[in-house]
Ligand binder design. Structure first.
Ligand code: VG1
Ligand code: CO
Length: 539
């Protein structure tokens, strides 16, 4: 039943910040998924005896791609697949399933926060035995393989029924269809004080969790409503849909509009949160109050001792370079390790495995800990609920007190989307060449202390990665420039701005960053080069 099929390479199967991400119309081309998967299998080499986890966020083409992956895995000699019921597994749950079962890796079919559907995006995240996504050294090898692929192996059988839990066999390979929610819930119960959070809801505390018609719906219903007793209806948009019901499942102030409008209305709940398509991102809101992800990471870190799993101490904390420096001040105060890495969760994996850090986060609505090797949306929500339950304080009070203690890092990200790739590359190259000469110069009253490329040297595997450009000012303000690595067409230029204030705590971030924004635009010449005078998305 095993067939070898001839194929020809696609030239665009290079993975980005988090796996392969392309337009649905691209991945549905003949043999597109087959080429990519066979290239991975070829690079892994020996597959006999190996176990992989497979699931996805339920977006368009998940069902088709998963059948291809199963049949190809069997034909390539993989011994066992662990698959989420009906093909569903969130990214954080997938990481846990890999670690718990000591699997050799896994495939999460998702383009994360990108829209889904026939006109949206599709993607595949590939993790190894660490439970985290593979390092660039391996994805480079896979890319080289995709350029010379000539054939793939597939088992010629009928589609496999993934609706029933339990064991079955396909072409000599064992398949275990599992409940994707159960292990995850157990893990969360082992980390947080569920009794305290339950008591909080019993006292009348209200929340709204927006699953954005994506993968976290079933997880959130189970945890927040069923187990913790949040009022019925607290979890909205909980049914995963192939096109996310038209929503753009990116939990931020722009795309989680429904939730933001509700939380800024007079009917607001005490607490609001949203997750992205594959459940690894989170947005945290209080009553008429928004917590920036950079502050959220810093606040969670500052309160580690309130959480049962962390109360005996944490190793350290890491953030991506683009994330604000708020958490650096917390790390200093608690005298714990502190690391700054390139954008992308894979750079945290070595730091967690070597016990250098316990917590990590990114400005892009990602927070997590070493309980797994991916960021974890529901974990962050539970962490906040646990802090609220333990302190009796509101989201706004917790955040304001944090600013009073450490000062406030005003932070905003500006995305310039759909830029011509050549224009964007040239802008970055020219800017990189120019930056060193800016040191010592003053713009709009802000003096540059140093400027240049961000280079990360991994303390564990000693690999070196260059990602983005940073301009630092003497007062602690920063500008970071990067090109996105998760888009499916054209280039997105991301500009991250930060300004620190010790005592001006209740100001408007955009106002505080007016001068820094001007400087960021003038030194990069983004308006002149792209024709865009305003960012497309401001978060
Ligand atoms: C974006 C974010 C980055 C995040 C990545 C994956 O990457 O900026 O912080 O790790 O998405 O997120 P980029 O290269 O477009 O800036 V997700 O939720 O896959 O998984
Ligand atoms: Co995601």
């Amino acid at each position: 039943m095993i067939k070898t099929i001839a194929t020809t390479p696609y030239t665009d199967q290079k993975m980005g910040t988090a796996g392969l991400r392309r337009k649905s119309k691209v991945v549905t081309q003949p043999n597109y998924i087959e080429n990519f998967m066979q290239s991975i299998f070829n690079v892994i080499g020996e597959l006999k005896g190996k176990t992989f986890v497979v699931g996805g966020d339920g977006r368009y083409y998940n069902d088709v791609a998963i059948q291809k992956i199963i049949k190809m895995a069997a034909a390539n000699g993989i011994s066992r697949l662990i698959i989420g019921q009906n093909g569903f597994i969130s990214t954080p749950a997938g990481s846990n399933i890999i670690l718990k079962n000591k699997a050799d890796g896994g495939f999460i079919l998702s383009a994360s926060h990108n829209p889904g559907g026939i006109n949206g995006d599709f993607g595949i995240k590939y993790s190894n035995h660490t439970g985290g996504q593979i390092p660039s050294s391996i994805s480079d090898k896979i890319y080289q393989e995709t350029l010379k692929i000539k054939e793939y192996k597939i088992c010629d059988v009928a589609d496999i029924d993934l609706s029933k839990l339990g064991r079955q066999e396909v072409c000599g390979m064992q398949i275990d269809v599992i409940d994707p929610v159960k292990d995850y819930v157990e893990m969360m119960e082992g980390i947080f004080d569920f009794a305290a959070i339950k008591a909080l809801f019993a006292k009348g505390f209200t929340m709204r969790f927006d699953a954005m018609n994506a993968v976290t719906g079933p997880y959130a219903l189970k945890i927040f409503e069923e187990i913790l007793g949040a009022p019925k209806g607290s979890v909205v948009n909980y049914k995963p849909l192939p096109d996310f019901g038209g929503l753009h499942p990116d939990p931020n102030m722009v795309y989680a509009k429904e939730l933001v409008n509700f939380m800024f209305s007079d009917k607001a709940a005490d607490f609001g949160a949203a997750n992205d398509g594959d459940g690894d991102r989170n947005m945290i809101l209080g009553k008429k109050f928004f917590v920036t992800p950079s502050d959220s990471l810093a606040i969670l870190t500052d309160h580690f001792n309130l959480i049962p799993a962390y109360k005996n101490g944490i190793y350290g904390v890491a953030k991506s370079a683009a994330t604000s420096t708020a958490v650096e001040k917390v790390a200093k105060a608690h005298n714990i390790g502190y690391y700054e890495v390139p954008t992308g969760w894979k750079y945290f994996v070595n730091l967690m495995d070597s016990k250098r850090i316990t917590f990590c986060g990114e400005e892009s609505f990602g927070t997590g800990s070493s309980h797994i090797r991916e960021k974890d949306g529901i974990w962050a929500v539970l962490f906040w609920l646990n802090i609220i339950a333990a302190t009796g304080k509101s989201v706004e009070e917790i955040t304001t007190e944090f600013w009073q203690k450490y000062g406030r890092s005003y932070y905003v990200r500006f995305d310039f989307e759909g830029v011509d790739t050549e224009v964007a590359d040239k802008m970055m190259a020219d800017l990189e060449a120019k930056l060193p000469s800016l040191a010592g110069q003053t713009f709009e009253g802000f003096k540059v202390s140093e400027a240049g490329a961000f280079v990360y040297n991994d303390p564990v595997d000693h690999s070196s990665t260059k990602n983005g450009l940073i301009v630092r000012f003497t007062d602690g303000s920063r500008i970071v420039y990067r090109l996105s690595g998760t888009g499916s067409s054209g280039a997105t230029i991301r500009v991250y701005l930060e300004r620190y204030s010790k005592d001006d705590l209740k100001n408007d971030p955009l106002k505080m960053l007016t001068e820094i924004f001007k400087i960021a635009m003038s030194i990069s010449e983004i308006p002149e080069r792209t024709g865009k005078h305003q960012a497309d998305v401001v978060t």
